[in-house]
Structures are given as structure tokens and as C-alpha cells.
Design a protein around this ligand. Structure first.
Ligand code: SAH
Length: 369
């Protein structure tokens, strides 16, 4: 049994059941036994692979997106280029390659990385050791220094802890919703349900889609989403900026348990090896958009990854990279297919952007909602 599993069992024994969010936080971020702080999980030898790890083209076209964003922001002399959850730092390093297209942009850039894992921070430091812009790390968006900012995040929101709620009785309204908990049964970790209905505050945090729930439907809420959007709203009131999130998830709230554990690219049981498996949940893009609207934060429409990457020029980049190199051509075509096709990442993954008031529609999107 993993040390973390043992610790979680002891804790539930002495303090009672924990929420799914508490379980996820322990598994992913516990400083001594958590998943991210103790390893580099990415790549083909790791547990999962992400778009920047599949192809350099992903970060390169995001670099163009950032460049255009800097132009939209009025070409400020200084711009914080911020990345949330930068993994191995590959996306940022690819972004900087295309940032070189405009020396004024490059010399304005100050890179700030927000990373919870000391192990990955060290890898990012190596990847970006010869970056053509200064690099520093902070722990949280609230530590971001003053000034204009462009914020990017790929597969960051999906590892933020979610809470899950089950509808027992749709006719009972709020009283019908009960929180799904991690409990002990015969000394084994299992899912259970709180006997108490949820509070008014929690019910207010459920996405609008909750109204259609039938008996036993499960709905997920990621409290950190609202927190991040609040931080962006507060920041963009003071300083101009734009943020981009790419992740997997639906554009309309869906019912059902999406918590999944991955080990060596295979799905495994959520309780099989806590702390040693990656844990993620789909991102509810519709909920993000709703929250943004509620707090009057400018939000774009939600677009699929394939639409977004296509609009920002990934096919053009693929042609340029393949030209005159027939060996690379087949490889590049395969990479493009993984990022773009509907049966790979193309439609499951979505993009959304938030920004300060008065800016044009960001590249890759069609409207501000
Ligand atoms: N963006 C990268 C890595 C995705 S994995 C890529 O696309 O390849 C998720 C990343 O988020 C890791 O770097 C992980 O350590 C980091 N992370 C997870 N939870 C975090 C938190 N609460 N705060 C900051 N970083 C976090």
C-alpha cells in the first residue's frame, strides 16, 4: 500500500470521511507523498502526455497568439507572460521561439511561472535555462507583480480539485443534493455519500445545469475555478491583460463522474495507488463561462482545440516545418492529427479566453460573450 493511502485511511478513521476535493488535493499536492511534488509525470515514459509534449507546433502557435495579444494590449514596454502549471516548460520554450519574430515583444517579456511542484519547477528551470527573457516563479496568481499580463494554461484546470454532488430526490430541491465523500468500508477506500443535504452556499455554486438533474445524477464543481476567475477580474480592473485556458471537457455542463486516474497512459482505479497516479477531472467550460458572466469578466466563446489551433495558424506552421524534409513530414502529419482530429484531441479539448474590458476579440475566437 502506498504511504499516502495508509495516511488517508488513518485520517478517515480518526476524523471521518473526506470530500473528493480533499482527496484530490492530498493525492496530487501533498508535499511529501503527493503525485506532482515527487516526480516528473509527463512524456512517453511518464503517465500522460500533453499537447506541448506531442508537438513543438502547439507552443509555437501559442507564441503567435501571445504576440498578437501584446499588440492588442497596445505593445506595452513590459509584459508579464505568465503560465499556470507549466509542466516541463516545453510550451513556454516553444512560445519564446516564435516570440522572436518581434524583437520588441521579446524584450518586453518577463516570464512568470506558477508551479506547485518543486520537482517540476526544477525541470522548468533546466528547460528555460537559456531563455531569451527573465524567468521567475510565484506560487499563486495573487503574487503577480503589477503591470500588463498575458496568462496561459494548458491542462492546468483539469488537475484542480473538484467536489461531487449526487441528486437523491429532484423534487426536494436543495435538500436533494448530497456531497459524494471518500469513506472507509472494511478498511478500504470507497465512495460514499454525506447523509446531510448541501448548504445554500454550496447549492449556489452548482452550475445552472443542476436544475435538470434526475435521481442519482452526479454533478461536479471545481471551486478553484471561481477563485481564479475572481482573481483575474480583480487584476484586470487594475491592469490590462488576457488569459487563455486550454483543457479537456464539454462546452455544456454534463452529469456524471469524470474523476479519472492514469498510470503509464492507462486508466486505473481512483483508489488503486493514491499519490502515485495522475488524477484529473474534465473541465466544465460552460460553468467557467457562467461564472465569468456573473462577475462581469469579459469572456470569449468556447472553441474546440482544432478550431482554435487552426485559426492561429497551426496548419501553416506544419507546412513550413515539413518543407524540404520528407522524413519529418510524416511525423509532423501524425502530430497534427493527434492535436486536431475529432477522434484524438481536436474536439474533446476546448479553449476559452478572459480579458480586461475594451480589448478586441482574441485571435482564435469569434466573439466576446
Ligand atoms: N501545462 C503542462 C503540464 C500539465 S500537468 C503541459 O501541458 O504539458 C499540470 C501542471 O500543473 C503540472 O505542472 C503541475 O505540477 C501543475 N499544478 C497542479 N496543480 C497546481 C496548483 N494548484 N498550482 C500550481 N500548479 C499546479
Amino acid at each position: 500500500m502506498s504511504r499516502l493511502k495508509d495516511r488517508i485511511i488513518k485520517r478517515i478513521k480518526s476524523e471521518g470521511p473526506i470530500t473528493v476535493a480533499e482527496f484530490m488535493t492530498l493525492c496530487l499536492l501533498d508535499p511529501t507523498d503527493g503525485y506532482y511534488p515527487t516526480r516528473d509525470p509527463l512524456g512517453s515514459d511518464g503517465d500522460f502526455i500533453t499537447a506541448p509534449e506531442i508537438s513543438q507546433m502547439f507552443g509555437e502557435v501559442l507564441g503567435l497568439w501571445a504576440l498578437q495579444s501584446w499588440i492588442d494590449l497596445g505593445r506595452p514596454d513590459k509584459i508579464h507572460l505568465v503560465e499556470l502549471g507549466p509542466g516541463r516548460g516545453i510550451m513556454m520554450s516553444d512560445m519564446l521561439r516564435s516570440a522572436k519574430l518581434d524583437q520588441d515583444f521579446l524584450s518586453a517579456v518577463n516570464i512568470i511561472l506558477i508551479e506547485a511542484s518543486a520537482a517540476l519547477e526544477a525541470v522548468q528551470g533546466k528547460t528555460l535555462a537559456s531563455a531569451s527573457a527573465p524567468v521567475s516563479w510565484i506560487k499563486d496568481l495573487s503574487e503577480l507583480p503589477d503591470g500588463a499580463a498575458i496568462i496561459v494554461a494548458n491542462e492546468f484546470l483539469d488537475c484542480l480539485p473538484i467536489r461531487q454532488f449526487i441528486q437523491n430526490d429532484p423534487f426536494a430541491g436543495r435538500a436533494g443534493w448530497h456531497e459524494r465523500m471518500v469513506v472507509l468500508e472494511d478498511d478500504q477506500l470507497r465512495f460514499g455519500k454525506s447523509p446531510l443535504p448541501i448548504s445554500d452556499t454550496l447549492q449556489a455554486a452548482l452550475p445552472n445545469g443542476q436544475a435538470d438533474a434526475k435521481t442519482d445524477d452526479l454533478i461536479e464543481v471545481c471551486p478553484a475555478n471561481a477563485q481564479i476567475l475572481d482573481q483575474l477580474k480583480a487584476r484586470f480592473k487594475q491592469f490590462p491583460g488576457r488569459a487563455l485556458f486550454i483543457d479537456y471537457g464539454p462546452d455544456m455542463t454534463e452529469f456524471g463522474d469524470s474523476l479519472q486516474a492514469l498510470k503509464r497512459h492507462e486508466k486505473v482505479g481512483v483508489f488503486s495507488d493514491p499519490g502515485n497516479t495522475d488524477l484529473t477531472a474534465r473541465v466544465d467550460f460552460d460553468a467557467l463561462r457562467q461564472i465569468a458572466k456573473e462577475i462581469a469578466l469579459d469572456t470569449t466563446n468556447i472553441v474546440t482545440q482544432s478550431e482554435f489551433l487552426s485559426k492561429i495558424g497551426i496548419e501553416v506552421r506544419a507546412v513550413a516545418l515539413s518543407r524540404g524534409n520528407s522524413d519529418a513530414k510524416a511525423k509532423i502529419a501524425r502530430q497534427l492529427d493527434r492535436l486536431m482530429s475529432a477522434d484524438q484531441m481536436g474536439t474533446l479539448f476546448k479553449a476559452i479566453s478572459f480579458q480586461s474590458d475594451g480589448l478586441p476579440v482574441p485571435l482564435g475566437f469569434t466573439r466576446i460573450e
